[in-house]
Design a binder for this molecule. Structure first.
Ligand SMILES: [Zn+2]
Length: 271
């Protein structure tokens, strides 16, 4: 399914002659005649797409950017709703009157939500354009701060989705881990990382005690703020039997007020 979602998102960009970054999801929505209904809404609300049979139109309700809700995350949310609009099975449900408040940015366990997330990531960061853009930005590998900079300035996307995309595009050996309240929610590993047997981090288990991420969770205050942490860690801290004996470089940061933290692992001394 993932492949067909990626193909679909690329087809949308090609068909609408929007094959260049940054991709503007608002522009795509307008082009499709989708009504956009921004609002302040509650803290927990991200976005929702609905079909209005009376006027035969789709409408996307979404919470405006603001403190703790960066522009990139809002745009990723719109890309997610476009996923529900374009993926045929999702669209059928909408036409039947089904609706849900979305939980985008790879925070949900619902397969349909994740499918809409994959669509959004691929729509806003098509692989070929993403890789070319990273190469233009940096000849060497990126730090987490540089990935954030690209998310904010080049792609206008969420940090989580951009870091995940960076990892999936195989630009270098790295892993991305997202944790919530000190517990690993998910992780992805690049091909080069997998080749070194660093391909498994248990979900729903506490982050390793010796990791920098554990230190980040220890210093997080009630508002969800903590300074980012970084440093060298033994590869065994994160992985059971790595074929890589040297140290990893670990960077971790809190993701605004979401209650999630992002960890970026790379090889400190690639062999
Ligand atoms: Zn959704």
């Amino acid at each position: 399914m993932a492949d067909s979602v990626i193909e679909l998102s690329e087809e949308v960009l090609q068909t609408l002659s929007r094959w260049k970054v940054p991709v503007d999801p608002f522009d795509i929505a307008e082009n499709e005649g989708i009504e956009l209904a921004p609002g302040t809404y509650g803290q927990k609300f991200d976005a929702r797409i609905e079909y209005l049979p009376m006027v035969k139109r789709f409408v996307i309700y979404y919470r405006l950017p603001g403190p703790g809700r960066p522009e990139g995350r809002v745009r990723f949310s719109i890309g997610h709703e476009l996923g529900h609009f374009y993926i045929p099975e999702h669209r059928e449900r909408l036409l039947k009157g089904e609706m849900h408040n979305s939980q985008p940015d790879f925070r949900s366990n619902d397969p349909r939500e994740l499918e809409a997330d994959e669509f959004s990531a691929s729509l806003l960061m098509p692989k070929d354009l993403f890789v070319a853009e990273v190469r233009r930005f940096r000849q060497r590998v990126c730090t987490l701060a540089e990935i954030c900079k690209m998310a904010n300035e080049r792609f206008h996307t969420s940090i989580t989705s951009t870091a995940r995309r960076y990892c999936q595009c195989g630009i270098e050996a790295c892993s991305i881990v997202v944790s919530e309240a000190g517990v690993v929610r998910w992780a992805v590993h690049s091909e080069d990382m997998r080749a070194r047997n660093m391909k498994y981090i248990q979900f729903d288990a506490p982050v390793p005690g010796m990791s920098k991420t554990a230190a980040l969770w220890d210093t997080l205050d009630q508002d969800g703020f903590a300074d980012p942490v970084e440093g060298s860690v033994d590869s065994h801290v994160w992985f059971e039997r790595p074929y890589y004996r040297k140290t990893l470089w670990e960077e971790a940061m809190a993701l605004g007020k979401t209650g999630f933290a992002l960890t970026y692992l790379t090889l400190e001394d690639p062999d």
